[in-house]
Design a protein around this ligand. Structure first.
Ligand SMILES: [Zn+2]
Length: 172
């Protein structure tokens, strides 16, 4: 399904947007001031934490997909590195400090009713010792055996993300 445009009108001067180019992806543009709606992907720092052969997953506490199983993580803030976002989100969502961060790979997806483009960057994270305590936008957390992962996840890319994790673990 193609993405609907974020804007019908220029957010700067209110002009009606027109196709800014002909080859796909066609980007809406303002004929008056030159504004172009690029719809570039927003970066999402997303991570797995393992303990005794089980992986930690989160029950979403907010929309979209409220109540569904989710992989821990969140959007990268302005002026923040991806690694800093992993550390911040781990602290915010489960109250533990990060000791190491290993990159696994990335998977594009869309987010929310406007289907905003997202690039999920997946990591394998080692935390300090301690029990994870759900907070922030996470309603609860639970450890899952790697051969008994949830069939239904909050976002379509997350089943492929499990493959990234399982491929990484098969190499070690
Ligand atoms: Zn304009």
């Amino acid at each position: 399904m193609p993405h609907p445009p974020d804007y019908q009108f220029c957010p700067y001067d209110g002009s009606s947007l027109v196709p800014g180019n002909t080859a796909p992806p066609v980007r809406p543009a303002c004929p008056r001031c030159g504004f172009v709606e690029y719809r570039n992907a927003v970066a999402c720092a997303t991570f797995f934490i393992l303990q005794g052969g089980r992986v930690l997953l989160a029950r979403r506490g907010v929309s979209p997909a409220k109540g569904e199983w989710d992989i821990l993580g969140g959007f990268v803030d302005e002026n923040e590195s991806i690694e800093e976002a992993v550390r911040r989100e781990t602290r915010e969502e489960i109250g533990l400090a990060v000791e190491s961060v290993e990159y696994l790979g990335s998977i594009p997806d869309v987010y929310g009713p406007r289907r905003n483009p997202v690039i999920n960057l997946y990591f394998l994270v080692q935390t300090e010792e301690g029990d994870p305590v759900a907070a922030s936008d996470v309603a609860s957390v639970e450890w899952f055996a790697l051969d008994a992962l949830p069939q239904q996840m909050a976002f379509p890319n997350q089943k492929r993300a499990f493959d990234l994790l399982l491929q990484r673990l098969a190499r070690s």
